[in-house]
Design a binder for this molecule. Structure first.
Ligand SMILES: *Cc1c(COP(=O)(O)O)cnc(C)c1O
Length: 232
């Protein structure tokens, strides 16, 4: 069952790329496996998937230990500063950096591990109160401040678009994030590549690809609905 869902997502990603003249290799699919058991991740791994996304530190580290070492783990959820130490050497990319305070902690932990932390700035483009993320207006200055910290590289931007009935409604959100990344890139800040645009989820990843996403984070369409009521 997971196989056909996974293949359907792959097919749609490819079709979206074709529609807008992009090469399939420009878009990385991140299989968002939060709340799902390791057996399901193994099934998707066996189909060739190597990028997995989790939003809780404990779940990411647990699955990290249980799964093969060639997986690229993405931390996509809100990150508390006291938990950075647990994932600094496990998450290849932290998508959810939304403050200088958090970035400072990441920088300190990266220095301890003598590694470079690769991060994205999370931008609350739609300015939803319920969501984390910096505003579009704050982002350029924060990018400069964060990029000046040791052992940090800003690879791009991430946003969580609002939940909408018609995914077309999110197109302007994705366009805005892309424009912001172009503006920040133009500042030529050291340690800022702006190569990554992490946007698009189950409901709107095809629109996000049309608007320039280089990473789409897809959970439900691959693994099925999440059941938060039941402890998993
Ligand atoms: C859960 C989650 C996703 C995946 O959502 P789906 O709608 O299930 O595809 C993507 N990004 C973030 C940050 C998430 O928390």
């Amino acid at each position: 069952m997971l196989q056909s869902q996974y293949e359907e997502v792959q097919k749609r990603i490819e079709a979206a790329c074709t529609r807008c003249g992009r090469d399939r290799s420009e878009v990385t699919l991140i299989a968002v496996s939060k709340t799902k058991p390791v057996e399901m991740l193994e099934e998707i791994y066996a189909l060739g998937e190597r990028n997995f996304g989790e939003n809780k530190v404990q779940e990411l580290t647990g699955k990290y230990e249980a799964m093969p070492r060639d997986i690229h783990w993405h931390m996509i959820g809100h990150l508390q500063r006291n938990k950075v130490k647990y994932i600094i050497d496990k998450a290849e990319l932290i998508h959810s950096v939304d403050s200088l305070r958090l970035a400072r902690t990441i920088s300190e932990e990266a220095q301890k591990h003598q590694c470079t932390a690769h991060i994205l700035l999370e931008v609350n483009v739609a300015e939803e109160e319920s969501k984390f993320g910096m505003t579009v207006e704050e982002a350029p200055k924060l990018a400069e401040e964060i990029a000046a910290l040791p052992n940090i590289q800003i690879e791009g931007l991430m946003t969580i678009a609002p939940f909408v009935e018609n995914p077309e409604e999110n197109r302007p959100v994705f366009q805005k994030l892309r424009k912001l990344s172009v503006d920040i890139r133009a500042k030529n800040i050291n340690n800022v590549t702006m190569a990554v645009l992490s946007m698009g989820m189950t409901n709107d990843y095809e629109i996000a690809i049309e608007e320039g996403a280089t990473m789409v984070r897809v959970g439900t369409a691959i693994f099925g609905e999440r059941n938060y009521a039941k402890a998993q």
